[in-house]
Design a protein around this ligand. Structure first.
Ligand SMILES: Nc1ncnc2c1ncn2[C@@H]1O[C@H](COP(=O)(O)OP(=O)(O)OP(=O)(O)O)[C@@H](O)[C@H]1O
Length: 267
């Protein structure tokens, strides 16, 4: 599997508000995700992070600028793109194995082969023994693992993640971060990971893109040159982690404040 670059070049997206006015959600955004690298996008609440993911996966089109994956402009929902959302997008009526086998089955992989592939990924995400369980019989962290396996079994070349660990407690988030990093190493998709959590962004990424309070523009980009493999708990004590945290927080802080004050204004 050859990893692919993702390039956003001068991308602007507007939406109609309920009153019919057109508002910019994203303004003139440019950044590049190197093939097989991990980019975290961080910004205050409501600034336009999820919209960027929709533009990359092709469910939304920009008004101006271009989004390209593997050198080709995105003009529909990409084949090679995997998505993990905030909510668990698992089928409640299917077992763990059935959920993970669903993608390959939709792509026409014969049943026995799809089940074998699924069993392999269920094991990789640490759920061996839970193949016959249904989602409601699992913890929140286990359901996230199912969602990860469900996406990674398709071996996407691009992996888009929208706050995939929200709603989990801090310890489980750290475990999931470690698991995500080791799974990412297996197939090395190009990742765009949206989060509110600065520590999570620095722990995981090769690059952190800080967005302004909406409309989203790129405020600053930071290279995260921390050594890999990383341990989500240990890396936070690395002197460079502390330095980077300080640096990125300086860029993020004012934007969080703007968004907060707007929220107060709206209340
Ligand atoms: N389909 C849509 N129609 C109209 N407005 C939209 C649509 N999608 C997003 N918006 C608006 O675009 C802006 C950015 O939303 P978006 O969900 O991208 O932000 P976000 O940074 O991901 O938010 P959060 O941090 O709360 O998850 C918001 O003002 C939102 O109301």
């Amino acid at each position: 599997m050859t990893p692919v670059p993702i390039v956003l070049d001068g991308v602007t997206k507007r939406f109609a508000s309920p009153r019919g006015e057109h508002r910019e959600a994203v303004r003139d955004v440019s950044f590049r995700v190197e093939p097989g690298s991990f980019t975290a996008v961080i910004g205050p609440t409501g600034c336009g992070k999820s919209t960027l993911l929709s533009l990359i996966c092709g469910t939304e089109r920009p008004e101006s600028g271009t989004v390209s994956v593997d050198g080709r402009p995105v003009d529909g929902i990409g084949q090679d793109i995997g998505f993990v959302f905030q909510t668990d997008a698992v089928f409640p009526w299917k077992t763990v194995l059935g959920n993970v086998a669903a993608g390959p089955r939709f792509r026409g992989v014969p049943r026995a082969r799809a089940q074998a592939l699924a069993a392999d990924w269920v094991r990789r995400v640490g759920l061996a023994g839970f193949e016959r369980y249904h989602p409601h019989q699992l913890s929140g962290g286990m359901r996230k693992r199912v969602a990860l396996a469900q996406t990674l079994v398709n071996r996407p070349r691009v992996l888009l993640m929208d706050e995939p660990f929200s709603g989990l407690d801090v310890q489980t988030r750290q475990i999931m971060s470690d698991e995500l990093l080791s799974l990412w190493e297996l197939t090395r998709p190009s990742v765009v990971f949206v989060t509110h959590d600065l520590e999570e962004a620095i722990t995981l990424a090769d690059k952190v893109v800080v967005l302004t309070a909406g409309p989203a523009t790129v405020k600053e980009e930071f290279d995260i040159d921390l050594p890999r493999p990383r341990d989500a708990r240990e890396i936070r004590h690395h002197p460079d982690f502390v330095r980077l945290h300080e640096l990125v927080w300086k860029a993020l802080r004012d934007e969080v404040r703007v968004a907060y004050e707007r929220g107060l204004g709206a209340a």
